[in-house]
Design a protein around this ligand. Structure first.
Ligand code: PLP
Length: 448
């Protein structure tokens, strides 16, 4: 049903590129489908063979302002015309201005300071190092199903998929995992899974194997991303805040995926009015340019002295220019668009869920929405094969999607997405769902 398809998928040019890639690029990348991109505008992407796709994955929630937003491209060109790099050994306007902008929007009552890097995992590493440095404590709590990155510190927390962890033990020691509250799939007795997790930490862990006086920080995604787009029950983040305050533990919110307007607020934690002590950002912050940031309450960040942590590329002038232009757009219009069009998308997905026994739940905030797919609603048995087939059919029909968790399709289009584009995406999704249920043949293998 792809009205914009010019060739079979993958087309000859895509196949040729994918074959060359297989010879020289690491096979460790978790590839989703045989898209070989040529160019993009807004929510649209074209492949090398001229096929057009609607992009509801946004480069894993990165292209917040859409592909090649003219204001972001102009800011990048302007910065590139002046200089490409100076390093954090010296000063430049863009880095200071970006830190000022982040301080103005940071969800802290106290003034904020920023540390810059290139990626989400580095922002998390910086948060872990600062938490250890500032508290003098060695341990951390993290959450089952979380994703915080793939370097040895963040990997010690990451637990959304076994393949990300298997073969790399030991990562950083001292991390204890706790269940992330999930009312659809409760691990504890009772109706309030958030309360139950908090009680488990307080009564089981803190009175047993994890003395709270040794815990530097709790690292948590305010909406769990790779683990399944799980929205925590009301009161959970506030409960974590209270628990941290009782024990002198720092609270780190990883907003790498949920931050910078994606959920219809600048940061997801604002939905519950809960303040972290440290916050990590990346992905949508640079609209596609590699930039990460650790934003911290000033009284914590000013504790580490010159030389305690740094890097070569942090605060790169081009990445900073892209981030400032992104924040301008998000503040001016995209945050509101994410809330408005996100609500529309949520309603449309909920309508689709009413038609299909295999859609157990639609959940999320703004343009961070997950649709959990199961064998049937009675058993809630995850059905990852159905998820893969729907995503594959959607690709063939001209819609880019990604999965998350065990059995969830996620929707994270650029924040510029319109209602008309949502209508088109829903039409393709509905048809793809029908095709998948009818057992339409899967696409040819990526490298065939
Ligand atoms: N934290 C969260 C919540 C993420 O979703 C991700 C990436 O998906 C990361 C950290 C790691 O970011 P990066 O891939 O830029 O290292």
């Amino acid at each position: 049903m792809n009205r914009h398809r010019k060739t079979d998928l993958p087309g000859p040019k895509a196949r040729a590129l994918i074959a060359r890639d297989a010879e020289v690029v690491s096979p460790s990348y978790p590839r989703e489908g045989p898209l070989a991109m040529s160019h993009g505008r807004g929510c649209e992407v074209w492949d090398l063979d001229g096929n057009r796709f609607l992009d509801f994955a946004a480069g894993i929630a990165v292209c917040s302002t859409g592909h090649a937003h003219p204001e972001v491209v102009a800011a990048i060109k302007d910065a590139a015309d002046r200089f490409l790099h100076i390093s954090s050994d010296w000063w430049h306007e863009g880095m200071v201005r970006l830190a000022e902008r982040l301080a103005a929007v940071a969800p802290f009552r106290e003034p904020a300071m920023s540390f810059f890097c290139q990626s989400g995992t580095e922002a998390v590493e910086a948060a872990l190092k600062l938490a250890r440095y500032a508290t003098g404590r060695p341990r951390f709590l993290g959450f089952l199903g979380s994703f915080h990155g793939r370097t040895m510190g963040s990997l010690a927390f990451t637990s959304s998929k076994a393949t990300q962890v298997k073969g790399f033990f030991p990562a950083m020691p001292g991390v204890t995992h706790v269940p992330y509250p999930n009312p659809l799939r409760p691990l504890f007795a009772g109706n309030d899974q958030g309360r139950a997790v908090l009680d488990y930490i307080e009564n089981q862990l803190f009175e047993g194997p994890v003395p709270p006086s040794e815990v530097a920080a709790i690292l948590v995604e305010p909406i769990q991303g790779e683990g399944g787009y799980l929205v925590p029950p009301n009161g959970f983040l506030a409960g974590l805040r209270a628990l941290c305050d009782r024990h002198g533990i720092l609270l780190i919110f990883d907003e790498v995926q949920s931050g910078v307007g994606r959920t219809g607020r600048m940061f997801a934690c604002e939905h519950w009015n809960v303040e972290p002590d440290l916050m990590t950002l990346a992905k949508g912050l640079g609209s596609g340019l590699p930039i990460g940031a650790l934003v911290a309450r000033r009284s914590i960040m000013e504790r580490w002295p010159s030389g305690a942590h740094g890097n070569t590329y942090g605060g790169n002038p081009i990445a900073c220019a892209a981030a400032i232009a992104t924040l301008d757009l998000v503040e001016r219009e995209l945050q509101a668009n994410a809330a408005e069009v996100g609500g529309y998308l949520f309603a449309k997905l909920t309508e689709l869920a009413r038609k299909h026994e295999q859609i157990a739940e639609v959940r999320g905030r703004g343009l961070m929405i997950g649709m959990e797919v199961v064998a049937d609603r009675a058993t809630l048995q995850p059905d990852p094969d159905l998820v893969d087939t729907v995503i594959e059919r959607a690709f063939h029909n001209g819609l880019l999607l990604l999965s998350c968790g065990k059995s969830t399709i996620r929707f994270m289009p650029p924040l510029v997405v319109t209602r008309a584009e949502v209508d088109e995406a829903i039409e393709i999704l509905a048809a793809s769902f029908e095709e998948a249920l009818a057992g339409v043949n899967a696409s040819p293998a990526v490298t065939a």
